[in-house]
Design a protein around this ligand. Structure first.
Ligand code: ATP
Length: 435
């Protein structure tokens, strides 16, 4: 229930197991303060009398297990208290996972590997954040695996990644992303290159398993995998592939009975498939909203976030100093394929890109793959051998201008010249730097 104003803010008294949901109006900011009691935002506890600021378009829920009073200052699009939340079910899910971790500890086994699935806008990312927060608050060290190439919580869009969670997410900024393992996918929908998507899923699974072998805490902590909202056709097959690559133990299906039944039918019987309701608070986001969120993620990568400002560098890169590839050749009719080659091969092929004006504004991943001597123009087979596809990314740049005459391009880079590596992978994604 909304109460009187306090210091310019609106005060809300929350009873136990209720939540205050609010959305920040476009172009505005809202300050949240916990005045008394205990409360959390997506599993991160609030500190009393600290002012938390949320930017334009943020959609937030302040939940309390006990009861609390909070105040909101600034322009909200909506702000209301709801008693109808699935939080108790989510907490029970966490408790079941924690039991599996305790058992893993006792029996010297590995902890739960959990995949969170469901259509778009059902709160998958939020459930992942919640489960990871509750786990890390108990001293666990779970891993977040981010397979949502459209709205990555870890890196820029067009990537898949893994991140070891060592502390709860910051209430305003989310999980601290100090040393994520990131792979280049190149576009915002897995459907653009499903073979590559599945291959990268396998890569992440392999690296995670290797880490579990040498790091007991990581093994017991297990992982929480966030997936894309594409749950039909090849999108569904990608979920089944992911379940098998990671050997998941638990699948949490949000809000879709059909998907739940399909996965129960298609996954091995020892995989626990659980249907969970979505929260009524999850807000649908339209295309523009998603595009804006993606843009913001790239801007943050170069310019920092709120308190922390980064100062990116702009410099020229000679065409002859780099090798640019696109992953996946356009598909051609089977009858035109060279003997012994399949469509799969074309989707995983590295195609050299000749730099031109159309590179402008494209985001490029700088691959960690070792540069191969001075042998400029190395293409196809040689490049494949070096395993560029399976190499993580060490950073991103944006092409801001191309001068074909001088054979140079100007790039925006988080670090000063020179580039750490010279193999660049082009994304479909573009970023227009307005600063
Ligand atoms: P997608 O797969 O489309 O990326 P998703 O299923 O992962 O979406 P989320 O990103 O978790 O969905 O949630 C969508 C939005 O709803 C987010 O902005 C999130 O902050 C907000 N949200 C989630 N739960 C609540 C809640 N209980 N109250 C208010 N807002 C919420």
């Amino acid at each position: 229930s909304a109460g009187g104003a306090s210091g310019g803010g609106v005060r809300f008294e929350l009873e136990k197991e209720t939540e205050l949901r609010f959305e920040v109006e476009a172009g505005e900011k809202v300050q949240l303060e916990l005045l008394s009691g205990l409360a959390e935002v997506f599993g991160s506890e609030l500190t009393r009398n600290k002012k938390y600021t949320f930017g334009s378009g943020s959609k937030i829920a302040v939940f309390t297990w006990h009861s609390c009073s909070v105040s909101l200052t600034g322009k909200t699009e909506v702000a209301y208290v709801s008693r109808d939340t699935p939080m108790l079910l989510y907490l029970n899910t966490h408790a079941a996972l924690e039991q599996m971790r305790q058992q893993a500890e006792r029996d010297n086994e590995r902890g739960p590997r959990v995949m969170v699935v469901g259509p778009t806008d059902v709160g998958k990312s939020t459930v992942c954040r919640l489960l990871l927060n509750y786990a890390v608050r108990l001293g666990r060290r779970p891993t977040l695996v981010e397979l949502d190439v459209g709205q990555s919580g870890v890196s820029v869009p067009g990537t898949v990644s893994a991140l070891c969670i060592e502390r709860p997410a910051d209430v305003e900024e989310g999980f601290s992303v100090q040393a994520p393992l990131v792979y280049h996918f190149g576009s915002t929908s897995p459907g653009t290159n499903i073979k590559l998507y599945n291959k990268l899923t396998s890569c992440l699974a392999e690296v995670f398993s290797q880490r579990c072998e040498v790091n007991r805490k990581a093994s017991v902590g297990g992982c929480v995998i966030n997936t894309c909202g594409w749950v039909k056709g090849s999108g569904y097959q990608a979920l089944v592939h992911c379940a098998s690559a990671f050997e998941v133990d638990v699948v949490l299906v949000l809000d879709q009975e059909r998907l739940y039944n399909e996965l129960k039918r298609d996954l091995p019987h020892f995989v626990k498939v659980v249907l969970l309701p979505k929260s009524g608070g999850v807000v649908e986001r339209n295309k523009d909203c998603r595009r804006e969120a993606r843009d913001e993620k790239i801007r943050e990568y170069f310019y920092g976030f709120r308190g922390v400002s980064f100062y990116p560098h702009a410099f020229d890169v000679r065409f002859s100093d780099v090798r640019i590839y696109k992953i996946g050749a356009p598909s051609i009719p089977d009858s035109c394929l060279p003997l012994g080659m399949s469509q799969d091969d074309t989707q995983l092929k590295l195609v050299p890109v000749t730099p031109g004006r159309d590179l402008t504004h494209h985001v490029l991943s700088v691959s960690c793959a070792e540069d191969e001597g001075a042998e400029a123009g190395a293409s196809g087979p040689a490049a494949q051998r070096r395993g560029i596809l399976e190499s993580p990314v060490c950073g991103f740049i944006v092409v801001t201008a191309v001068d074909t005459q001088a054979q140079v391009m100007t790039v925006l880079s988080p670090a000063p010249r020179p580039l750490p590596r010279h193999t660049l992978l082009i994304m479909d994604i573009r970023f227009i730097d307005l600063k």
